[in-house]
Design a protein around this ligand. Structure first.
Ligand code: M6P
Ligand code: ZN
Length: 192
């Protein structure tokens, strides 16, 4: 039997950086077209500066059943109009694959939806683990003033399906209302 060697990773909880890091993904505002509900505010923000919205630091494992991808995500503090910075969000290509998020720093939400449009959310602060069951699309949102950092584990064969979310968004948005993060209905949402 050809065994894979066990691996060790060190994480800086505050910055979200991992050591060693095999792959770093940087998502800027320009890659988030049509994701924020206020399109005019988005274009205005983008014309001022193409800011980093979030970064992902990954360990590489073979993309095979039985392997676990593990990575950190860092969402920067910021808003487009009253909507907080967030990840794009996705279903898994293999839809019955689940995922774990462990919050290390800052604060935010995981929002989730099923294909039928059922919505759920979990508030994240350092120490909270969110379990995203099979079939639920997921997006994370930074509602704080600091970096929102979380550690992720998911099956390496899961894959990312962004298409449905790019088209429909989530049934609810997390926005700042009277200075507080608030979950509101997304009037632009429609079932696929
Ligand atoms: C988490 C995981 C990753 C994902 C990343 C950014 O780390 O869910 O699989 O890539 O967040 O989210 P997205 O891919 O939706 O932009
Ligand atoms: Zn996922």
């Amino acid at each position: 039997m050809d065994y894979m060697e066990p691996m060790e990773t060190k994480i800086n909880f505050k910055s979200g950086e991992i050591f060693p890091c095999d792959n770093k993904i940087v998502r800027k505002l320009s890659e988030m077209k049509n994701m924020f509900s206020d399109k005019a505010a988005y274009e205005k923000e983008l014309s001022l500066k193409d800011r980093i919205v979030y970064e992902v630091f990954e360990r590489k494992v073979p993309h095979q059943t039985g392997q676990l991808v593990h990575s950190t995500t860092v969402i920067y503090p910021g808003k487009v109009s009253n909507e907080y910075y967030m990840t794009k969000g996705h279903f898994h290509e293999i839809e019955d694959r689940s995922e774990l998020y462990f919050c290390l720093n800052g604060e935010g939400y995981v929002v989730m939806q099923t294909k039928e449009g059922e919505f759920s959310s979990i508030r994240m602060t350092a120490g909270v683990v969110a379990y995203i069951p099979p079939y639920w699309a997921h997006r994370t949102i930074n509602t704080g003033k600091d970096k929102f950092v979380f550690f992720t584990v998911y099956p390496a064969d899961a894959g990312h399906n962004y298409g449905a979310i790019e088209k429909t968004g989530f049934p609810n948005l997390v926005v700042e209302k009277d200075g507080q993060p608030t979950i509101v209905n997304n009037s632009g949402w429609q079932k696929e």
